[in-house]
Design a protein around this ligand. Sequence first.
Ligand code: 5GP
Ligand code: ZN
Length: 139
Amino acid sequence: MQTDKDCIFCKIVAGEIPCFKLYEDDSTLSFMDINPANEGHALVIPKEHWRNVYVVPDDLFAAVAVSVKKIAQAVQSALSPDGVNVVQANGKGAAQSVEHFHVHVLPRTLGDELKLNWGLNPGDMERIKICSETIKAAL
Ligand code: 5GP
Ligand code: ZN
């Protein structure tokens, strides 16, 4: 499997750094974002290192899409947000900060006015952990 030793998400896949894991299968992994734009912000990645949507193989893109659907359903069911955005960034101009293909599952609240460049602000780890357990219970 293709990995990048300097990539933070590859380190998460390898178990070298911890994450609040929501779900995994043979080729994908989902975990909580530690700088949540909103409560319940989750990520879905292929386990293999591919930088962006332009290069990720079709089968992995499809596998990630299937996992995104599962996570979006679980987030909706567990947290009952007013909505969920599925967002994916490619390149600096699109505010991609981690060069390992990933999809954001973003719960929304009416009136939160969340912008695409939401910034990276560390979340409360205890709240993220509790949130991850609530979402996992809905999977
Ligand atoms: P991007 O900005 O590339 O669209 O999204 C990358 C996301 O990865 C950001 O929302 C950021 O908070 C998240 N992130 C960066 N480093 C880590 C980490 O070590 N653990 C987790 N769980 N998320 C991370
Ligand atoms: Zn990687």
